[in-house]
Design a binder for this molecule. Structure first.
Ligand code: X8Z
Ligand code: ZN
Length: 667
């Protein structure tokens, strides 16, 4: 989600605008000086006003740079970013006057959030600030425009991320997948030097604000100490790790059957990175045809159903324009089918939210959203949701294709959009998630409620059997997305925390990356990935500088939210059977939480919804209990776990974490 980094986290705040707010009683000698005699309460009111006034201009520049990548849009976005970060530094500086003073809890919280208003803390030195903003825009643009070309002359073929992902999704040929995977990882090679410099600059910015490094600053946004939240992530991972290990073991067995024991696993019992159906091995749902537990117990092939819808839309477009001048233009007819299908998928997602009593999306959403990849220019396809003006101009930006992953991603993005819509009456500083994991968990909570029965009700799957086998199939479908993700959600920031605190030096960037991937995920590349590569840069959130712990936390929290909403809906019976579609009581509880934004500590917000004040993975385990039992049976007699390489993973990336060379599990 864009705003979490560029607008709300990169700046809770993406703002400034001195011109919009009169400051005529300020210090004429120092334009950054606050008005004389301003109280802390007045300060926060002023900052909120300035922020609101500046916001639309910043987001517009960033929207343009993401939906129309060229040197002009990048220059404008970079300059806007620069002004925003400078203004943020000014506000933070001004807020120091109130340190140690009595003030209301709301004002104290606002000032505290202001100091954490960006994931890209900038040095005060204007030249360095300019350099930092330029690097950030450049790296994001490089990712968005990333293209892998091979062959010469007439055989030359160039593909972007979406094309390469198509291969991983649908082509089970070993070499074709390897080529697609390696090809995408060429685009990040030129980012290495820029990223190295970027790290120096954000660390300098964080240190000027009083943090040890940028990673410590990122860990400071959780209403608990940085050490405590790191320990929390370890604790939560400990709860779910046995479940992941069972899934890993089963998957390895099936891949060996499919590709042969030589190719289906990497030495040490790890899964080959390029065979997991996903560029980063974070979601294994594209391996459904290999991993489906039981055939012929009712199809859950959502991608197949969406592709059929596309075919119907294509035929309808052809029929509609028969006889027109551009009717023979197949590319144009395909584009129209893409758009109609993408909008239709989005309407289904909106319908879930409105069924809970939430408002319809505003008309401007439908006018201004980017639904599909434009054919005439580069864009950042990575899905995001945008609160353009802290009011009614909300949008999403995606390159939607008719497949299950994109379908659920729309529900995810609308979770962000509904958060924006429901907290828009909060003061700007509080227009943010209770913590960033909450923001990521809203849409995914709805995804958990997309049960086979719900999918049947929207005609995406046929009649479902009520049987043990059908249940295991349904659980597997969810696990390939939710359980497979967990270690990935953790490892990205284990890497970045280490990079920021210096325990991972630039000359070890790639090695440390793979050490962590092997340690946590048990996946490995099949060819050497030395320091001539920069594989972290091939994942959006690294060049995009979006913190990632939020997604790990979200994958725990969403099960807590789901359980609470199921309770609110009066659901009885096993948790996994619950869908609260159409339930107004659940909707009210959800909306009450969204409306709070970041106005109070997240523990309080969590308590109001769930009754508890801590994050806890027991709802994950409760949900997947039948699958976990089934997996244990399937894995019986097998040696599970993996040997995660010989070299130890960098220390300190994870407080309290040990080495990577351990055998992780025995089945
Ligand atoms: O980046 C996203 C969303 C936007 S906030 C599409 N996600 C993570 C990813 O794609 O890596 C959602 C799940 C994890
Ligand atoms: Zn998101």
């Amino acid at each position: 989600m864009k705003p979490r980094h560029a607008l709300l986290a990169l700046a809770v705040i993406a703002t400034l605008s001195l011109s919009a707010c009169g400051r005529d009683d300020g210090d004429a000698a120092d334009p950054a000086a606050p008005p004389k005699g301003e109280t802390a309460d007045q300060f926060v009111v002023r900052v909120n006003n300035e922020m609101r006034a500046m916001y639309p201009e910043i987001t517009s520049a960033q929207w343009l740079a993401s939906t129309y990548i060229n040197s002009d849009s990048q220059l404008i976005a970079s300059k806007a970013n620069e002004r925003m970060l400078a203004q943020l530094n000014t506000w933070i500086e001004q807020s120091r006057r109130f340190e140690g003073q009595e003030m209301s809890p709301e004002t104290a919280r606002a000032i505290q959030l202001l100091k954490l208003g960006t994931s890209m803390p900038a040095p005060k030195d204007p030249a360095k600030l300019e350099e930092l903003a330029g690097l950030a825009t450049k790296m994001e643009g490089m990712y968005g425009a990333g293209t892998y070309c091979k062959g010469e002359g007439d055989d030359r073929q160039c593909r972007q991320l979406g094309d390469l992902e198509d291969v991983l999704r649908s082509d089970r040929d070993y070499d074709a997948q390897l080529d697609a995977w390696q090809g995408w990882h060429t685009i990040s090679v030129p980012m290495r030097a820029d990223y190295t410099r970027f790290v120096e600059l954000v660390n300098e910015g964080a240190q000027e604000m009083g943090y040890a490094d940028a990673g410590e600053m990122w860990r400071s946004g959780y209403d608990m100490s940085p050490v405590e939240i790191a320990a929390e992530t370890d604790r939560l991972w400990g709860q779910v790790k046995p479940l992941y290990e069972q899934l890993h073991c089963y998957t390895r067995t099936r891949l060996e059957t499919r590709y042969g024991s030589g190719k289906g696993q990497v030495e040490g019992g790890m899964l080959p990175a390029h065979l997991m159906g996903n560029m980063w091995q974070q979601d294994w749902s594209n391996l459904w045809h290999i991993l489906e537990p039981y055939r012929n117990v009712g199809s859950l092939d959502i991608t197949g159903a969406l592709e059929q819808q596309w075919q119907q839309n294509f035929s309808a477009e052809m029929a509609k324009h028969r006889g027109e001048r551009n009717a023979g233009d197949l590319v144009e007819m395909e584009r129209r089918a893409d758009l109609v299908t993408a909008r239709g998928m989005t309407e289904l997602a909106e319908d879930f939210y409105t069924s809970l009593g939430m408002p319809k999306l505003p008309a401007s959403y439908w006018d201004k959203t980017q639904f599909i990849k434009p054919r005439d220019r580069d864009v950042v396809c990575h899905a995001s949701a945008w609160p353009m003006d802290m009011a009614d101009d909300v949008r999403t930006k995606m390159c939607i294709k008719p497949n299950e992953e994109d379908f659920t991603t729309i529900y995810h993005e609308l979770g962000h959009v509904y958060y924006y819509m429901l907290y828009k009456d909060q003061p700007p500083i509080f227009q943010s998630g209770a913590h960033d994991g909450f923001h990521e968990a809203i849409g995914d909570t709805i995804v958990l409620a997309m049960t086979p029965e719900y999918l049947q009700s929207i005609d995406l799957v046929g009649k479902q059997q009520q049987s043990e086998q059908a249940l295991i199939n349904a659980q597997m479908r969810m696990a390939l997305t939710k359980v497979a993700f967990l270690p990935f959600g953790l490892m990205i920031d284990r890497w970045r925390w280490g990079v920021f605190d210096g325990s991972i030096a630039p000359e070890n960037y790639n090695k440390a990356w793979w050490d962590l991937k092997t340690k946590y995920q048990g996946v490995a590349p099949v060819t050497p990935r030395g320091e001539e590569f920069f594989d972290p840069g091939a994942k959006y959130h690294v060049p995009g500088n979006t913190p990632y712990t939020r997604y790990f936390l979200s994958h725990v929290l969403q099960f807590q939210f789901y359980k609470a909403l199921c309770d609110a809906a009066g659901h009885e019976g096993p948790l996994y059977e619950c869908s609260f579609y159409g339930n107004k009581e659940a909707g009210e509880r959800f909306q009450a939480m969204l409306g709070k934004g970041a106005s109070q500590p997240w523990q309080q917000t969590l308590k109001e919804l769930t009754g508890g004040e801590s994050m806890d993975a027991s709802a994950v385990l409760e949900y997947f209990a039948p699958l976990q039992d089934w997996l244990k049976q399937q894995n019986e007699g097998k040696t599970c776990g993996w040997q995660a390489g010989v070299a130890p993973a960098p220390e300190a990336a994870a407080e309290g974490e040990a080495d990577s060379g351990d055998e992780t599990a025995k089945g």
